[in-house]
Design a protein around this ligand. Structure first.
Ligand code: F6P
Length: 320
């Protein structure tokens, strides 16, 4: 029977991580289990940077973006010697199990710790929605709201000036944020890792939208890490009837108060994480599939293929 659970947030933060911290803490305490916050992700774990969490410590955080525990990326955590130090620190602090909130890199750490005897459960906390074992990750919905709000504003000014706004969104190597935003905002083009990038094709499409469709503006939503968007905007000005402007939304997408949907998701997933640990299960990650909260062994989850969004891209094309 576990007596004390540790909780940490790792990798890029996402709105809703605090809601998950709150729910893990309160559900665990309701089960008679103590909770320890691990500061700054795996880095804090290795340093033994812990603090006890009682119900009151997680008051007034449900609506706050970021993570009260802090987050970090620790590349060295791949090293088994570093993992052993972490296990030692956890054992000294009487922590028998850990909930890890983060992306797939964080899941690998959780799997390694489980193999070393500390049961861990992973919760998907990332705005990228790039974890195949879940339909949605905690923070994706909030980031999408932020992107949509920004693009709606850009459309106003683009229309006034017959401009094409190239909007770069995050997502790492996953186009979900881009394609969801493109459909939700009625964009004129979407470019992601999945669509590939053909610059001449895009310029031709914009010329058509200007001269044949007589569009007052054009919005191009493009995933990060594809091309230099400022350069692309210059080419749009030089080669189409629109004047091009680039906006990189950047880390603004990672902040802000989580949407009710992300708060619900975080709370439901956190409850499942505690239930799994109470039942002696470790090395699993939690997901939501067809609105049911599920869990998979992390090893299996990491091998799952990337989800195809073919239908969404097809819908996008039909809506333009
Ligand atoms: O994984 C979340 C994410 O925001 C990605 O979308 C982005 O590529 C990356 O993190 C940015 O990382 P950093 O905050 O370390 O610059």
């Amino acid at each position: 029977m576990i007596k004390r659970i540790g909780i940490l947030t790792s990798g890029g933060d996402s709105p809703g991580m605090n809601a998950a911290i709150r729910a893990v803490t309160r559900v665990a305490i309701a089960n008679g289990i103590e909770v320890v916050g691990i500061n700054d992700g795996y880095k804090g774990m290795v340093e033994g940077n812990f603090r006890p969490l009682i119900k009151e410590d997680v008051s007034d955080i449900l609506d706050r973006g970021g993570t009260i525990l802090g987050s970090a990326r620790l590349v060295e955590f791949k090293d088994v010697k570093v993992q052993q130090v972490a296990v030692q620190k956890l054992t000294e602090a009487g922590i028998d199990a850990v909930v890890v909130i983060g992306g797939d890199g964080s899941y690998r750490g959780a799997m390694a710790l489980t193999q070393l005897g500390i049961n861990c459960i992973g919760l998907p906390g990332t705005i990228d929605n790039d974890i195949p074992a879940t339909d949605f990750t905690i923070g994706f919905d909030t980031a999408l709201h932020t992107v949509v709000e920004c693009v709606d504003k850009l459309r106003d000014t683009s229309s006034s000036h017959h401009r094409c706004s190239v909007v770069e969104v995050m997502g790492n190597r996953c186009g979900d944020l881009a394609v969801w935003a493109a459909i939700s905002c009625g964009a004129e083009a979407v470019v992601t890792q999945e669509t590939g990038f053909d610059e001449e094709d895009l310029l031709e499409r914009l010329r058509y939208l200007d001269s044949v469709r007589r569009k007052k503006h054009a919005i191009v939503v493009i995933s990060e890490k594809i091309t230099d968007v400022n350069e692309l905007a210059r080419k749009i000005s030089a080669n189409t009837g629109f004047s091009g402007r680039a906006t990189v939304l950047g880390h603004i997408q990672r902040g802000g108060s989580p949407t009710p949907s992300d708060r619900m998701l975080a709370s439901r997933m956190a409850e499942k994480a505690v239930d799994l640990l109470v039942n002696g299960i470790g090395g699993h990650c939690v997901g939501i599939v067809d609105n049911a909260i599920v869990s998979y062994p992390i090893e299996e989850a990491l091998k799952m293929p990337k989800k195809s969004r073919k239908e969404l891209y097809q819908l996008f094309d039909r809506l333009v």
